[in-house]
Ligand binder design. Structure first.
Ligand code: ATP
Length: 358
């Protein structure tokens, strides 16, 4: 069952069209992430679901109830903000109890519900503390507890981890995901961090220019991007010009055997995309279905688990390979000539242009 249905939502700020007819169906209990670069409209969409912004047109329903004209406080959604938004002058306990007091819930029930949520977010020992006595990560857990304690139908989270340092971000994203799964809480999460989106979500919804580019499982979005924007925004990718002529396809002036290019006609501009992790450097043997290119190394960088090799093709185009740090590759230096090889089947072709179609 869909917990949230968004139909044809449009929203402008003056001349700026922030949401251009958004249609989404969010399954009950799923972790649904809106991912995209700054300005793509993800915060506007989240705040429209929350009721902080009014859409120009379109509908939003939660568990089959239309909410698009309801005031925010009646929508039965919990919201977690980037800047924590905890009240500075009251304790952790009172921060979490606040929404329940507003709803005139009995004191004994408030105590039971706050106690339970403190336990879920692992803040029980901190109940009496004031917010300034907490770390950033702990304050954000108060923010999460405040949203969860009202038992909302949908949890909305707007870049909740972006004010935290890298290590804490990874820890807390695991915690948020396991709390969400244990409570089976339908969650809409906003981030511009693609790794965070892939790691946490059931569905990643990639946005650009107020338009949904693709909404699918993380592996699907990574492995089967629907257009060039998704292929470039999610994970690293190399984009190389593909020339088509009567003689066949070529990359950087070298003929390549790409069966997927056979149906294309000469003349159009096509971009070939290959992920860096599919590229081998100076392989011992080359299978017939491999594409090979000569390149000159520009830089080798070692990051512990992997090695990134940046190289330049004869056409001047840059290409990057990511590989396990083997002895042969560790011995490479700037200006060395190398052979790069990758399976033809891993090459994806896109029309030129930012959102060029697959
Ligand atoms: P970020 O990650 O930077 O928050 P975003 O993807 O969440 O970006 P939005 O904040 O939703 O993007 O903005 C979408 C578009 O609407 C942008 O072009 C932005 O400049 C514009 N916009 C957002 N809020 C307003 C506003 N209050 N008045 C005018 N334009 C706005």
């Amino acid at each position: 069952m869909a917990a949230v249905e968004i139909s044809n939502i449009r929203k402008s700020y003056g001349d700026v069209l922030a949401l251009s007819g958004i249609n989404i169906s969010i399954p009950s209990g799923s972790f649904f992430t809106l991912l995209g670069p700054s300005g793509c409209g993800k915060t506007t969409l989240l705040r429209t679901i929350a009721g902080f912004h009014q859409q120009d047109s379109g509908g939003i329903s939660v568990e089959d109830q239309a909410i698009e004209h309801m005031p925010a406080h009646k929508r039965d959604v919990g919201m977690v903000f980037q800047d924590y938004a905890v009240f500075p002058h009251i304790s952790v306990y009172d921060n979490i109890a606040f929404g329940l007091k507003q709803r005139k819930i009995a004191k004994s029930e408030i105590a039971a519900r706050v106690g339970k949520i403190l336990d879920v977010v692992q803040l029980t020992p901190y109940a009496a503390r004031m917010p300034h006595e907490l770390s950033g990560g702990q304050q954000q857990r108060v923010g999460l507890a405040r949203a969860l304690v009202i038992n909302p139908k949908v949890l909305l989270m707007d870049e909740p981890l972006s004010n935290l340092d890298a290590k804490l971000r990874v820890d807390l994203r695991r915690e948020i995901r396991s709390i969400q799964q244990s409570m089976n809480m339908t969650t809409v999460y906003v981030t511009h961090d693609q790794e965070e989106a892939l790691a946490m979500s059931d569905i990643v919804c990639v946005m650009f220019g107020g338009i949904i580019q693709q909404a699918a499982a993380p592996w699907e979005v990574y492995n089967n991007p629907s257009n060039r924007f998704v292929a470039s925004f999610v994970g690293a990718n190399n984009f190389l010009g593909l020339s088509l002529s009567g003689a066949g396809a070529s990359i950087a002036g070298l003929a390549v055997n790409l069966p997927q290019a056979a149906a294309l006609t000469a003349g159009g501009t096509v971009v070939a995309a290959i992920r860096p992790e599919f590229i081998s450097i100076n392989p011992g043997s080359i299978a017939p279905d491999m594409v090979t290119l000569k390149a000159r190394i520009r830089q080798v960088s070692f990051t512990g688990r992997e090695l990134t090799v940046a190289a330049v093709l004869p056409s001047g185009e840059e290409i990057e390979a990511i590989t396990a740090p083997s002895e042969g590759v560790l011995a490479l230096h700037t200006d060395d000539e190398v052979t790069l090889a990758f399976p033809a089947s891993k090459v994806q072709l896109f029309a030129d242009g930012v959102t060029g179609a697959r």
